[in-house]
Each structure stands twice: as C-alpha cells, then as structure tokens.
Design a protein around this ligand. Structure first.
Ligand SMILES: Cc1cc2nc3c(=O)[nH]c(=O)nc-3n(C[C@H](O)[C@H](O)[C@H](O)COP(=O)(O)OP(=O)(O)OC[C@H]3O[C@@H](n4cnc5c(N)ncnc54)[C@H](O)[C@@H]3O)c2cc1C
Length: 381
C-alpha cells in the first residue's frame, strides 16, 4: 500500500526529511511538502550562521554532528565547507564544564585539544586571553558552510526524487481519534495523510497546537552583525567567548552575535536586527578579546529566529507518544542546520521502517518532556 507523507515546512529540516525518505529503496508512496514561502525570507535555514561542530556536551549531539560533517565533506566544494574549527574559551568558572565535555568528546573520537592561555596566544597572536583560563579547539571536523545552499540542495534532491512542494499555508489538522487524518490548507484544500511531519521551525508550536499538543518551542530573535576589520586574523576559527559572544570569518569580513539573557528574550520579536545592542554590548566584548576589533566597522546585520526548545535546548525528534502518526523534528535551538542531515535521515528511517536503522535518535524523543527527563546540552551558542 502506498503511504502519504505530508511535511509541514520546507526548510532544511522538512526538505532533508523529504529527500531522505524518497531515497529509501523500501519507500512506496508520496511525499508532499507544504511551504508557505518559497522565497524563505523568514525561514531560519536562510538566516543562519551556518556553522557546524562536534563540541557538544551530549553524546547524541556529537554523533549527529559527526554525520553532518561526513555529509558536508561528501558534498565537496559545492557547499563551501570551510573546515577551520570552533574555539570555546572558558573562564575559571567554566573550566570544569569544558574539561568534562572534552573528556566525552575525546572518548567519542572527536579531534579536539585543550589549550592554556600561553598556548592560545602562541597559536592565535591576535587573541587577548584576559579572563580566559582554558580553551578548547576543534582540530578537524568543524567549521562553516553555505547553509542556504544546503537547504536548497535538499529541496532540489527531494523534488528530483518526486516530492511535491505545495505553495500554501497549512492552517489545521483533521483528527480521527488519536491520528491526524488530513492537513487543512488556507485555500480550503485538505491533504490526506498517513504520517504528518512537523518541520515548521520557529512556528512549530502552532502546528503542534492543532493536535492539542503543547510543544515547548518558541521563536526567539537572534541578530547577526557583519563587520570589517582592517587587520587580518590569521587562521581565525569560530570563537566562542566566555560571555557567550561568538565571531567567525566570513570571506574577508567577520560575522558575530550574542544571545540575549532569558529575561530579555521575548517570543516572536519582529525580525529587525537589534542594532542598538552592538555598540554598548557586543563591541566592548569583541575589542577586549581581539584588540584589533577596536577599529572594526559594522557593514550589515540581519535577524532570524532560533527555534528555542525551552525544556532543554535540544531537538525534539520522533512521534508524539499519543498521536503516533504525528512526527516532530523541532526545537533545535541554534544547531538545526548542521543537524538537518542526521535528522532528515533518522526521521526517514522512522517513516519507512518504523525504527532507526543507522544512528539511534531515541534520546531526542518527545516523551522525555512528559517524563521530565531533559537531555541538557551545555554548549548552546
Ligand atoms: C541567526 C541564526 C544563526 C544560526 N546559526 C546556526 C549555526 O551556525 N548552525 C546551525 O546548525 N544552526 C544555526 N541556526 C539554527 C538553524 O538555522 C535552524 O535550526 C534550522 O535552520 C531550522 O530549520 P527548519 O527547517 O526547522 O526551520 P526553517 O528553516 O525556519 O523552516 C521552516 C519552514 O516552515 C514554513 N512554515 C511554518 N509554518 C508553516 C505553515 N503553517 N504552513 C506552511 N509552511 C509553514 C516556514 O515558512 C519555513 O520555511 C541559526 C539560526 C539563526 C536564526
């Protein structure tokens, strides 16, 4: 019997699920992706910092990151993968967490090194180590890539394998008992479904609500500033300051950002860059960490939504415990683009085989919320 799979949201996650499902030799059926904005003007996948790492604090995120790296390496130059590493800097207070994550990463084969302040200054002479007790540098398997290109590559592949992209807004579900029977569209059409995948990114909670499900995912604005610096920073990786501020090269320029504190992080803020924060908040941190940044110039900025999982800042992947044909792929909290290959493959396995056949994503299952068992990720940037 043919299966009808309807995916709400055609960003990197929805398109990866579509592409991997149709690539499964055992799959017999149709895949329909509902996407209300084919220009992706507000989609996170088009507004991301497009970086990938293995320096996570949980085994599941490390394994997901490793598959993402393999996937990007296989894509060769097509996705502009620049393998330059992340450098996490810790203050004295942050050393126990950094060394604990380091031990886990090493045990899982991640190529990562701990550097004390003199070693940091020797490797990166442009870096000031005031307030830094230790750094953790990814020596391979981390960097940045063309994120919009990755999303488009999944979309092209899905379409080439037969996925139908429907340009429409999904507005509700028809429920039959504990199943979603169809997805209703704003234009009055209704799409019958055997399985529905929620891939609506920052808008995932409203899709879940159509089935009466309370999904702890919220749209939280993040601003990325583009800056020019007259001095080149040799071999600059993606640097994460102890304050949480990050920066990395982007061509001859740099991009940088800092997540606001929880008290100053409302849901659904308008997608206008928060220009007012640069001078008083970001610039002093940048200039303290890299004295050459005293002379930087802001040349642009954009804002996008992190789809923040307020429960534990990790992806929520798999079926709902009660509504078994409603599958979630949400809440990636700032690391969803790099996770899209592994999540796309994993959800495809669930849809086609009813279980994970390669990487087991069960630690990210929905029911951990009901059991109140968070998979706490400490390294959220
Ligand atoms: C500033 C910023 C920096 C980031 N940096 C990184 C990074 O360095 N590395 C990383 O891995 N991740 C990063 N992320 C996170 C990453 O971009 C997201 O986790 C990822 O793109 C989520 O993909 P998605 O497909 O779930 O969501 P989206 O790309 O937002 O796609 C969801 C789609 O669903 C559609 N949709 C929603 N509701 C409906 C509906 N009712 N009907 C029809 N269509 C609907 C939307 O139009 C949208 O196109 C960053 C995000 C931001 C904002």
């Amino acid at each position: 019997m043919e299966t009808d799979i309807v995916i709400v949201g055609g960003g990197a996650i929805g398109s990866a699920v579509a592409a991997f499902t149709l690539a499964e030799p055992a799959f017999r059926g149709r895949v329909t992706v509902i996407e209300r904005d084919p220009t992706y003007a507000r989609a996170s996948s088009a507004l991301s910092a497009s970086s990938i790492r293995q320096q996570f604090s949980t085994a599941i995120n490390i394994a997901i990151g490793r598959f993402g790296i393999e996937y990007l390496r296989r894509a060769g130059n097509d996705l502009g993968f620049t393998e330059r590493g992340y450098l996490f800097l810790a203050s004295e207070a942050g050393v126990p967490a950094l060394t604990c994550s380091h031990a886990l990463q090493r045990s899982l084969g991640v190529d990562v090194a701990l550097l004390d302040p003199p070693a940091l200054r020797e490797r990166f002479p442009w870096l000031a180590t005031e307030g830094v007790a230790l750094g953790s540098l990814g020596l391979a398997g981390e960097g940045w890539f063309d994120g919009h290109g990755l999303m488009q590559a999944f979309r092209r592949k899905a379409r080439a394998l037969g996925a139908a992209y429907v340009h429409a807004e999904a507005v509700g579900f028809d429920l039959r008992g504990d199943r979603v029977a169809a997805v209703r569209l704003a234009d009055g059409r209704s799409l019958r479904a055997d399985h529905v995948v929620n891939a609506a990114g920052p808008w995932a909670a409203s899709v879940a609500a159509w089935a009466g499900v309370d999904l702890p995912v919220r749209a939280r604005r993040r601003t990325v500033f583009v800056v020019e610096c007259p001095t080149a920073l040799a071999r600059c990786p993606l640097v994460v300051d102890p304050s949480g501020l990050w920066f990395r090269p982007e061509g001859t320029r740099f991009i940088t950002g800092l997540s606001p504190c929880e008290a100053n992080d409302p849901d659904d803020a308008p997608l206008d860059p928060e220009h007012a924060s640069f001078e008083p908040v970001l610039w002093p941190i940048l200039a303290q960490r890299v004295p050459a940044f005293e002379a930087l110039r802001v040349v642009g900025a954009w804002a996008g939504y992190y789809e923040v999982n307020t429960f534990d800042h990790n992806g929520i992947v798999g079926p709902h415990p009660r509504i078994a044909n409603l599958v979630f792929a949400n809440g990636f909290s700032g690391h969803g683009l790099q996770q899209s290959p592994a999540v796309g493959r994993g959800v495809a396995e669930l849809l086609v085989h009813g279980r994970y056949t390669t990487l087991d994503l069960t630690p990210l299952a929905f029911d951990r919320i009901g059991r109140n068992q968070p998979v706490a990720e400490l390294n959220v940037v």
